[in-house]
Design a protein around this ligand. Sequence first.
Ligand code: HEC
Length: 140
Amino acid sequence: MKHAPLYPLFAALLGLSALPAIASDATFEAVKISAGEQLFAAECRRCHATDAQHDSYGPPLENVIGRAAGSYPDYDYSVALEASGIVWTEPALRAWMADNQGFMPGTKMRHVGITDPTVQDFILAYLRSITTRDGKAIDN
Ligand code: HEC
């Protein structure tokens, strides 16, 4: 039961009193996405829209997984981010959430400091859910 230790956190985040003892991977992914959406709303949404239709102080984050850093059209990035040459893989996003200013000195994103890997997992699940290429979510 590799997922067992996450039950209390899922339950707390979602206000559930109980989860079925046996749940499929798809169910776990749906729960993670939902938890991640709430964490994103609390930690990221005030600066990041998820699509071009909404105002966004930082670059919108739809399709961010697998995207070249600093490549959102017409966004006024810092020189540090634009010149970084990195791609937003999941490990890069974890390092960024944990310590964006240490990971990339000179970025204009304020430090967020999300070091808990479980919280990072949830936010990544949500970011995966809003990342599509050719209509398909990418699996990485
Ligand atoms: C206080 C505002 C603020 C908060 C909160 C914030 N960001 Fe940012 N974010 C920014 C800004 C501004 C940039 C552009 C940084 C630059 O150009 O150096 C940015 C850039 C990024 C990028 C680079 C995207 C690209 O197109 O290259 C990612 C990824 C990102 N943020 C993720 C997050 C996540 C995930 C969270 C929540 C855990 C978060 N940010 C919270 C303001 C914020």
